[in-house]
Unconditional design. Structure first.
Length: 483
């Protein structure tokens, strides 16, 4: 029997992406299909999503007033899988990003945009739209969380079992109590086990309180978010639901991330032809204007934010160069970090080079030519770039937190003797710990056989989606059976 699941999210590759959430939502339908699950994805109708539907998409449903806005439900395809799109021009037909304008400022009505999205998703999941039925609904992050609050407090049909996945606890969708009246929920929903949070409204909390099960994207992060530093105010709720919270590590799409057949690379290679990477390194040095050197070429592909530890990397940049490393960085984010990295590049011409912006193809070339990828995150629910690094023989150097702790094996003595080490881990994101990890990495790079061993073990680590797809499918099946 095929299980029919509605996956509700605010982004999905290849249509709209601001981070790892989009990679996961885009990959899930393909990961679940072999496990007997038909996943239908529901996305907001941003301009780029509507454009992908073509001129005359099929209209499945119309709302005269979705929290006051006219809206339509359109049908399409996400790669080869079913896609539903909420076309509500008053909410989503805007230039800029999914959550803010071109300058990065959040839209003031985000509460209404994603409440309406949740209201529509609850109608669809509960069977209120003719011709569509689902066995389970899976909501991703705060933008989709209100789906579960509407199913719980104001259902228009049935209430199927539900899963909510936290891709990043740092983003919760908090608003003042004044928005509650606009949510169209019954008064008793404004309660401590409902949508209320410290006198205001929290979308993520509302979803976590209503979901049948809570998942996050690594087992370590699932444990970490019970603690104040990681739970970001929701640790009490997570502890209270401890038995319902688990972690499933993200996979990577082997069609997109495969050095043996990556069209972005000057030279493709396999675990047996690692020497061919040298051509990619040369090309990358030329592209970034970096001098050749005997030390490792470190790469960074990241949002430039406090979460990602980029301020600490900036502090450690002089040390990295001082011991013979070079650094190529691609990213964008905080203005102070952007200018800080520009200044570091100006101090170390030919040793540090920076590209501010978002460039998918360049990120592939960096993984195919860089020696080591730095991921010094203060917290990291799963992290994807270290997984790409493993697959590309670009040895990850990571802080021991969240998914980074679960996916990289530190090259300590035991791991080295067993031949299973895949990277370098360090504890606590501070200047000393990161500088020490960089020093260790430069030392390891000088031991050619050890380095090759790290590269090969990493390339053998198989973080493809099969395993995670099976884990989600098992969870769905258990919940549907119990319902
Ligand atoms: P997060 O979602 O917290 O930003 P993840 O590691 O989970 O971090 O996912 C980030 C995704 O975005 C990865 O696919 C990464 O390669 C990509 N990415 C981040 N910054 C850039 C950039 N400047 N250019 C290209 N890809 C980027």
């Amino acid at each position: 029997m095929t299980l029919k699941v509605l996956s509700v999210a605010s982004e999905a590759v290849p249509l709209v992406k601001t981070g790892g959430l989009a990679d996961v939502v885009g990959a899930l339908p393909g990961a679940l299909a072999p496990n007997g699950v038909e996943l239908t994805t529901l996305l907001p109708g941003y301009p780029a999503v509507l454009a992908a539907l073509g001129k005359k998409p099929k209209v499945l449903h119309k709302w005269e007033s979705l929290l006051g806005e006219p809206a339509r439900l359109l049908a399409g395809k996400l790669s080869d899988h079913p896609l539903l799109v909420l076309d509500a021009p008053g909410l989503f037909a805007r230039d800029g990003g999914p959550y803010g304008d071109a300058t990065g400022r959040d839209w003031r009505d985000n509460w209404k945009r994603f409440a309406a999205f949740g209201r529509a998703a609850a109608d669809v999941a509960g069977g209120a739209v003719k011709g569509l039925t689902f066995d389970l609904v899976h909501a991703h992050d705060w933008q989709a969380a209100m789906t579960l609050a509407y199913l719980r407090f104001a259902p228009t049909g049935s209430t199927p079992p539900s899963v909510i996945t936290i891709h990043n606890m740092a983003f919760q969708g908090h608003y003042g109590a004044d928005v509650f009246a606009g949510l169209d929920l019954p008064p008793h929903a404004f309660a401590i086990d409902g949508v209320e949070y410290h006198g205001g409204v929290s979308f993520l909390k509302a979803g976590l309180a209503a979901a049948s099960r809570v998942t996050t994207v690594s087992p370590t992060y699932a444990r970490e978010i019970r603690e104040p530093g990681f739970g970001m105010g929701l640790e009490g709720l997570i502890r209270g639901r401890e038995a319902d919270v688990s972690g499933i590590v993200n996979g990577i799409d082997p069609v997109v991330w495969n050095p043996a057949a990556d069209p972005a690379l000057p030279a493709t290679y396999t675990i047996k032809t690692l020497a061919r990477r040298a051509a990619n390194t040369l090309a990358l040095e030329a592209e970034f204007g970096l001098q050749a050197g005997s030390g490792p070429l470190f790469v960074v592909i990241s949002r430039l934010t406090w979460q990602k530890g980029m301020d600490v990397l900036l502090e450690a940049a002089d040390h990295l160069v001082g011991i013979g490393g070079r650094l190529a960085l691609l990213g964008s984010g905080d203005a102070a970090l952007e200018s800080g990295f520009h200044a570091a590049a100006a101090r170390h011409p030919g040793r540090i080079a920076v590209r501010i912006g978002y460039d998918e193809a360049l990120s592939h070339r960096m993984l195919g030519g860089g020696d080591s990828i730095l991921v010094p995150s203060r917290f990291e629910p799963c992290g994807l770039t270290q997984l790409y690094g493993l697959a590309y023989g670009c040895v990850p150097v990571v802080s021991r937190t969240g998914g980074l702790a679960d996916t990289v094996i530190d090259v300590n003595l035991a791991a080295r003797l067993a031949g299973v080490a895949t990277g370098v881990q360090f504890d606590g994101v501070r200047y000393n710990t990161l500088a020490d990890a960089i020093t260790r990495t430069v030392g390891l790079f000088g031991q050619r056989e050890t380095w090759r061993g790290l590269q090969r073990a990493g390339m053998k680590a198989d973080f493809a989606w099969e395993c995670s797809g099976q884990a989600y499918a098992d969870l769905y099946a258990r919940l549907v059976e119990a319902s």
